[in-house]
Design a protein around this ligand. Structure first.
Ligand code: MRU
Length: 355
């Protein structure tokens, strides 16, 4: 599949026309306003990741690739060693912006590897190598999402109900998305699926982003509160659960938006297949199990005040606000990747994927 500049520029993350900024659609403003941001300073690049202006594991990876390139272009130096040292340090800062989604550190490492693999390159060569690498990360994601969507579509039949959690559509990735990919690809082919979108407390990615993307694409989408997943399953309206992932461990445990593991437990109770869909860049074979995944803790104000006209708890009330949880591999029917559908035993079959 050939990827064009138009394909890249239609994504929520891309490189500016002059190649000196990363352009993102600010996901914190959706669905009410479509605001595009042009970023190039390290503080604003990190702030965009932390605030979730750019979010979704693959989109953060694409963003990180472009961010390293833009930092290289903007650095005023003709000394390749000074540029290398600067990028190593800023890459480290970028990688730390969010800990759970492996795509962030994966993309930064990949950019820095391009640098290290070419020790003799001068400043202009370093910049062109980094540009090629950043574009390659983006193009690969477009291809991977397309393949994941094809594989995912093979798991369902017309009219099926799909329950999803958080947002793993085009905004979070490129092209069709991962968990939402089969639905959008199906729509293009005249295969209609019905989607139940968990609103996804506390940051409402399901309400603000998934229902927005699907409604605009003409998909039959129903928004539900997270605590309604059980009743829609019991009603027989859900034939499969499709969710994204931020890091898949070598044994098949995976981290995704907080609440995902509850969906998996419910799906097991009601005998509904539960799939996570993600690119191979989200599989971390250096991470043995879900216990080894670091979970990001976020500001309690996201729970107490953020969406309300008035605070919904006393200021002194303690809050626990983990951004992700880990779903045990025993609850996962299959992992849908760009290289195929992986079934249990995951520790063996994920290894085979990389053999
Ligand atoms: O905190 P977020 O909104 O970045 O969390 C995102 C998710 O949990 C997504 O499901 C995941 O990144 C996969 S996106 C294809």
């Amino acid at each position: 599949m050939t990827v064009s500049e138009a394909d890249r520029n239609s994504c929520s993350v891309h490189l500016s026309e002059d190649g000196r900024s990363v352009v993102i659609l600010d996901q914190t403003k959706l669905p009410n306003r479509q605001e595009w941001l042009s970023l190039y300073r390290i503080d604003e690049l990190c702030a965009a990741i932390k605030s979730l202006a750019v979010r979704g594991a693959p989109a953060i990876g694409i963003f990180a690739g472009y961010a390293v390139y833009v930092l290289a272009v903007r650095k005023e130096t003709e000394d390749p060693d000074a540029l290398r040292a600067y990028l190593e340090a800023e890459g480290e800062t970028l990688s730390r912006a969010r800990p759970t989604a492996v795509n962030l550190s994966w993309a930064v490492s990949r950019m820095l590897r391009a640098l290290r693999d070419n020790p003799g390159a001068d400043v202009s060569r370093i910049r062109s190598l980094l540009r090629e690498e950043a574009l390659a990360i983006h193009d690969e994601d477009i291809r991977m999402c397309t393949r994941i969507s094809e594989y995912g579509l093979s798991l369902v039949k017309p009219g099926d109900g799909i329950l999803t959690h958080c947002n793993a559509g085009p905004l979070a990735t490129s092209k069709y998305g991962t968990a939402i990919g089969p639905v959008l690809l199906g729509k293009e082919r005249g295969i209609d699926l019905k989607v139940f979108s968990d609103e996804t407390r506390p940051l409402l990615q399901g309400a603000r982003l998934t229902s927005y993307e699907l409604q605009r694409a003409g998909v039959d989408v129903t928004l539900i509160c997270d605590n309604m997943a059980s009743i829609v399953m019991k009603n027989g309206w859900v034939q499969a659960c499709f969710v994204g992932c931020d890091r898949i461990a070598a044994n098949g445990d995976f981290a995704n938006k907080i609440g995902t593991s509850g969906v998996a437990i419910l799906a097991r109770h009601y005998g509904i297949p539960f799939y996570t869909l993600g690119p191979t860049s989200t599989i971390d074979m250096n991470c043995p199990t879900g216990d080894d995944i670091r979970i990001e803790q976020r500001d309690p104000e996201e729970i107490k005040t953020m969406w309300y006209r008035e605070p919904m708890a006393l200021p002194e009330v303690k809050c626990y606000n983990p951004a992700f949880d880990v779903t045990d591999h025993e609850l996962v029917t299959a992992i849908v990747t760009d290289r195929g559908i992986v079934y249990p035993p995951f520790d063996v079959n994920l290894q085979k994927l990389f053999a």
